[in-house]
Design a protein around this ligand. Structure first.
Ligand code: FAD
Ligand code: UDP
Length: 406
């Protein structure tokens, strides 16, 4: 196959670009050094037949209806609103902090009318919000900061909140109502058959070839493509010429608990203080799959290992800007995604960035051989690998839905 574009990385960013380019008549080779598609959002059935997320829990949520509409071509959805508890002083209380959290932690009976005055009495106002510490102290004061944020953040990043950009803690709102959902986005659904099935459909196109277990840097010299779309760590592309950009990693400890109907009340429990891990997620809540046992994952953040998180702080942003300047001049390649743009992107933000990147690549390569959509290969619906009999749903799963997307 003649290749117009080489896409490096088959996660959300690379797969969306590959699909868009292929649908516009471009021949795409997409490679990943891992043996599978999906990047960090890859899911698979474990030995017991339970659908798990090997690289940690992935919950899809977005306010971008264009993004939801785009992905809906490749999946049906199952409604899911994620809820999280934090273990604080031997209680499991809701996070993000809301009225219930404060009432349970302090034994109070605050209401929507009185919670504002409570936060006002405990907060440490900051004139300038620069760091994650500023964000939390400014909103809820020192005691709640220490109970919920300080220890968790130190474990997650190996840094104190005072050393991290405000944007990190700002991901977690503080609520003056009873809403205990982790996200409030308009669209909160999981791909019905899982992420990998969705990626299979996205990449099932005669103009796309996927090769797994291939490291870009081992085949860089042999590439014959008009353009490269690179979604790996940006510093690696430029041979670390300005030094290494820090990326935080995680070790995942997966466990199957036989004969345990349900391990915990909600999808995720955060452990801000005592344990070495940050959180435990039980997959059945996310996937809706019921089984006589249950599968969970514990997350142990670390420096070494696959790069998962850019580390948002000013010195890293300054170093990234130097690489970004090189990327702007590297006309042979387009850089997109969480690792290549060094942005703490959620999945939907990767889709948004990738749709935009694909438009830029098409504009650069020219649109002269665009084929209308109806001429592209019909998409075969690849169903998820069936779970063995013992793993089948023993209570009916919620119905599949195609949410009303305007
Ligand atoms: P990736 O998924 O990292 O894909 C990049 C791919 O490039 C990788 O597969 C990698 O193997 C490949 N690659 C790198 N270098 C090379 C090379 N040299 N040669 C070949 N291949 C290479 N987002 C949400 O919206 N909701 C969540 O609940 C959520 N939970 C998360 C939980 C965890 C633990 C983590 C780490 C992330 C989570 N995210 C979540 C973020 C989400 O994973 C990312 O936004 C998204 O998956 C990033 O997609 P990407 O394609 O940019 O990068
Ligand atoms: N955080 C915290 N305590 C919590 C939850 C989050 O301190 O109980 C902070 C922590 O720094 C974390 C950041 O908020 O890294 C973002 O949390 P999120 O749940 O969005 O992290 P992710 O799912 O991306 O790992």
């Amino acid at each position: 196959m003649r290749v117009d574009v080489l896409v490096v990385g088959a996660g959300f960013s690379g797969s969306v670009v590959a699909e868009r380019l292929a649908s516009h008549g471009r021949k795409v080779l997409i490679i990943d050094k891992r043996p599978h598609i999906g990047g960090n959002a890859y899911d698979k059935t474990d030995e017991q037949g339970i659908l798990i997320h090997p690289y940690g829990p992935h919950i899809f949520h977005t306010n971008g209806m264009r993004i939801a509409r785009y992905l809906s071509q490749f999946t049906e959805w199952r409604p899911y609103e994620h809820r999280v508890r934090a273990k604080v002083a031997d209680r499991f209380v809701p996070i993000p902090i809301n009225i219930e959290t404060v009432n349970q932690v302090y034994g109070l009976s605050l209401t929507e009318q009185t919670i504002g005055a409570f936060f006002e009495s405990v907060r440490e106002p900051r004139e300038v919000i620069r760091t994650s510490e500023d964000v939390v102290l400014n909103a809820v004061g020192r005691d709640l900061y220490e109970k919920f944020f300080r220890g968790y953040t130190r474990k997650q990043w190996g840094l104190d909140p005072s050393e991290l950009a405000a944007s990190v803690a700002a991901r977690i709102p503080v609520r003056t109502n009873h809403d205990d959902r982790y996200f409030t986005d308009a669209f909160q659904h999981m791909p019905l058959d899982g992420y990998t099935a969705m990626f299979q459909r996205m990449l099932d196109h005669r103009n796309i070839r996927f090769e797994g277990g291939v490291d870009f840097f081992a085949m860089r010299q042999q590439i014959r493509a008009s353009h490269i779309v690179y979604t790996g760590p940006i510093d690696a592309y430029f041979d670390f010429c300005f030094g290494r950009l820090p990326y935080r990693s995680i070790q995942f400890e997966h466990e199957y608990l036989p004969d345990k109907g349900q391990y915990q009340e909600v999808g995720t429990v955060n452990y801000p203080n005592d344990q070495a891990f940050t959180r435990i997620t039980e997959f059945r809540h996310l996937t809706g799959q019921w089984h006589r046992g249950t599968s969970i994952v514990r997350e142990y953040p670390c420096d070494e290992g696959d790069p998962y998180y850019p580390v948002p702080r000013p010195e890293n942003e300054a170093l990234f800007k130097r690489y970004e300047a090189l990327a702007r001049d590297a006309t042979e390649a387009t850089f997109v995604g969480r690792l290549a743009q060094y942005r703490y992107y959620n999945m939907d933000q990767c889709v948004g960035a990738a749709l935009k990147a694909a438009e830029n690549v098409l504009a650069r390569l020219g649109l002269d051989d665009v084929r209308p959509a109806h001429e592209s290969t019909p998409r075969v619906r690849v169903t998820h690998v069936a779970a063995p009999d013992h793993a089948r749903h023993d209570t009916p799963p919620p119905p599949a839905v195609r949410p009303g997307i305007a």
